[in-house]
Write a protein that binds this ligand. Structure first.
Ligand SMILES: *[C@@H]1O[C@H](CO)[C@@H](O)[C@H](O)[C@H]1NC(C)=O
Ligand SMILES: *[C@@H]1O[C@H](CO)[C@@H](O)[C@H](O)[C@H]1NC(C)=O
Ligand SMILES: *[C@@H]1O[C@H](CO)[C@@H](O)[C@H](O)[C@H]1NC(C)=O
Ligand SMILES: *[C@@H]1O[C@H](CO)[C@@H](O)[C@H](O)[C@H]1NC(C)=O
Ligand SMILES: *[C@@H]1O[C@H](CO)[C@@H](O)[C@H](O)[C@H]1NC(C)=O
Ligand SMILES: *[C@@H]1O[C@H](CO)[C@@H](O)[C@H](O)[C@H]1NC(C)=O
Ligand SMILES: *[C@@H]1O[C@H](CO)[C@@H](O)[C@H](O)[C@H]1NC(C)=O
Ligand SMILES: *[C@@H]1O[C@H](CO)[C@@H](O)[C@H](O)[C@H]1NC(C)=O
Length: 550
């Protein structure tokens, strides 16, 4: 080995180092770092003596060629250092105290060379921590929102605040950011704190604030988002009617007062027709069982600012119906009758009349009452969701009349007499003869027909008397026995003819036209001898006269 050539080379390198400035090695706090000696261009076999030292007088170790290194008794390093084959110094668990200049001194045969290296220690900061966070911010008021802190950093970390991903710049008025860096005396590491003071605007309701820690040796670290309640005063009050109108009497109407401030007021004043009512811990007021008197204007306001108010008007619909007639009313047949409807309503009502299932005219007016006009009448008045029904019962009364009294043959000897009566109350019947009652028809529209069957042995005048509470009336009809060309009946027949003659003379004038119409066999007396044909019966039924002879 040629020492001269080697040392010349060393000198050249050393000069080059001086030109390029002090070499720097960066180490991570707590890690093991290697400080190279002349960039590792030596090997231990080529150097007679190497010594590592720090600053001006700190001795770390000395190594002679072919021997193990001798580590000095320096408390700072004796347990943490070793030397590599290329003469590099190994230091374990570096701290901030190791941030200084280490020098590798190489002793040749004729000269001594020194290679100083500066060790720089870095440490990444902790995650951002938020403290002293407030919950609410009032619009327009500078509020300290929170403090953000990061520690254990070298070099010191920076803190930047963001609102909705946009960095916040301190402007000294609406936004104030106070940052401070404190170096720990023991570790030499830096803690950075940043206080954010912020003046909220209404748009900050959903704003998200974050604190970001920035460090030259690590990626940016964001705090979890901070959300604040934004308080702002009421600018507008609104009054709402909760349930949908139209309102009818008896309804409950709920008013709801709302203010757009945050937090909303806990109490409000409601003004109702000159009355003032403060509600606490609620924003509604209910009018129960409203009447038409509740129609009007309603208002609500803030308790502490009565000028902040809104009004709403409420209309309570009503419908009163009164009939000129109520309950049961009795009228006489043929009378005139009219019902008037008196309606008081908040709108335009529709009036209609019904009787049973039938719709009637809108005006209920009778010139001449009939029995069929009796019944229950219903007046229906409706208006916008309201409907009132009033009823009354009309009874048409009249003394009885006999509409007809007829006879008809039924079989060989029977005669069926029908007495048709009309009147109200329902007429009862009384016959002048005993017969077999064969029933009565239904009593409809004041009409009823009573029937009996008789078997006349002689010529008879039968009368039908019908009566009710208002009167009584009778009507008679002649009935002959039924003769079937029986010779033994000649006497009876003769008596009948004489009797019939007398009767016939009495009614001659009255029955003349009918008699003419009915004449068939040259004599009206023979009619009875004929077979009682259906045709004859029919003709008899048609007879409208008080007395009819057959
Ligand atoms: C050098 O150290 C090694 C291990 O520590 C040891 O085995 C060896 O004997 C030492 N050599 C001398 C010359 O002291
Ligand atoms: C929080 O703020 C109070 C005063 O407002 C202060 O005394 C305290 O030290 C703060 N706490 C933190 C962790 O910053
Ligand atoms: C920290 O802030 C300083 C001063 O504003 C700046 O020079 C530096 O680059 C910042 N460091 C990082 C890591 O952002
Ligand atoms: C109105 O309110 C009263 C009392 O709260 C209640 O008893 C009644 O049932 C309500 N009426 C209607 C129509 O809701
Ligand atoms: C509602 O008011 C009417 C008249 O004011 C009254 O007759 C009725 O009893 C009230 N109903 C209730 C449920 O209070
Ligand atoms: C009807 O019959 C009863 C007995 O059943 C009798 O008393 C009465 O006189 C009879 N009337 C006539 C009009 O024949
Ligand atoms: C029939 O009516 C008349 C008067 O209208 C009366 O005189 C007569 O007695 C009545 N006859 C009967 C049987 O009721
Ligand atoms: C009954 O009347 C008829 C006529 O209507 C007459 O021909 C007959 O002779 C009368 N009989 C008796 C017994 O009077």
């Amino acid at each position: 080995m040629h020492w001269t050539a080697f040392l010349t080379c060393l000198l050249t390198v050393s000069l080059m180092n001086q030109v390029s400035g002090l070499e720097t090695v960066t180490g991570k706090y707590g890690d093991t770092v290697e400080i190279p000696c002349n960039n590792g261009r030596f090997t231990e076999e080529a150097v007679p003596l190497v010594k590592w030292k720090y600053n001006n007088d700190g001795n770390i170790l000395v190594k002679n060629m072919g021997q193990n290194a001798s580590i000095s008794n320096d408390e700072n390093y004796k347990n943490r250092v070793s030397i590599k084959n290329n003469l590099g110094l190994i230091i374990r668990q570096v701290t901030m105290a190791d941030q200084k200049t280490f020098t590798c001194m190489v002793v040749g045969t004729a000269d001594i060379f020194e290679y100083p290296v500066e060790l720089v220690i870095y440490k990444v900061p902790s995650q951002p921590q938020i403290t002293n966070q407030t919950t609410t911010m009032a619009v327009g008021k500078l509020t300290k929102l929170a403090q953000c802190r990061t520690e254990g950093a070298n070099p010191a970390a920076n803190i930047t605040w963001f609102k909705n991903k946009t960095p916040l710049m301190a402007d000294g008025a609406a936004i104030k950011i106070t940052a401070a860096v404190v170096v720990d005396k023991e570790t030499g590491l830096s803690a950075t704190t940043s206080d954010l003071e912020y003046t909220a605007v209404k748009e900050d309701i959903d704003a998200s604030f974050t604190c970001q820690v920035q460090h030259i040796r690590s990626a940016n670290m964001d705090s979890s988002p901070l959300i604040f309640t934004v308080n702002y005063p009421t600018e507008k009050v609104s009054l709402q009617v909760v349930s949908q109108g139209p309102f009818n009497e008896g309804d409950n109407v709920t008013l709801k007062c709302m203010a757009d401030g945050n937090p909303p007021p806990s109490s409000y004043i409601f003004y109702m027709k000159g009355e003032k009512k403060t509600v606490e811990n609620s924003n509604t007021y209910t009018l129960t069982n409203v009447t038409r008197a509740n129609t009007g204007e309603y208002k609500c306001s803030l308790v502490n600012n009565e000028d902040m108010a809104e009004s709403v008007s409420i209309t309570v619909e009503y419908l009163d119906v009164a009939l000129s007639t109520a309950g049961r009313i009795s009228k006489r047949l043929g009378e005139s009758f009219e019902v008037t409807v008196d309606v008081k309503a908040s709108g335009t009502p529709q009036t209609s009349w019904r009787k049973g299932n039938k719709d009637l005219n809108r005006l209920l007016k009778f010139d001449k009452l009939k029995y069929s006009d009796s019944g229950v009448y219903e007046c229906v008045v409706s208006m916008a969701g309201l409907k009132k029904t009033q009823t009354f019962e009309l009874i048409v009364q009249g003394s009885p009349v006999i509409k007809s009294l007829t006879k008809a043959r039924d079989g060989n000897k029977n005669k069926v007499l029908s007495c048709e009566a009309e009147g109200f109350p329902k007429p009862t019947v009384q016959w002048s003869v005993n017969g077999t009652d064969v029933g009565e028809t239904a009593y409809v529209d004041g009409k009823v027909t009573y029937k009996i069957t008789i078997v006349p042995k002689v010529n008879l005048t039968v009368s039908c008397t019908v009566s009710n509470a208002l009167g009584s009336v009778n009507k008679s009809i002649d009935v002959s026995p039924h003769l079937k060309n029986n010779k033994s009946d000649q006497t009876v027949l003769a008596v009948g003819i004489v009797f019939g003659l007398i009767v016939a003379l009495i009614v001659m004038g009255l029955a003349y036209w009918l008699y003419m119409k009915k004449f068939r066999q040259g004599s009206w007396k023979t009619g009875e001898k004929e077979d009682g044909s259906a045709e004859e019966s029919k003709k008899l039924e048609e007879n409208q006269s008080q007395k009819a002879d057959v």
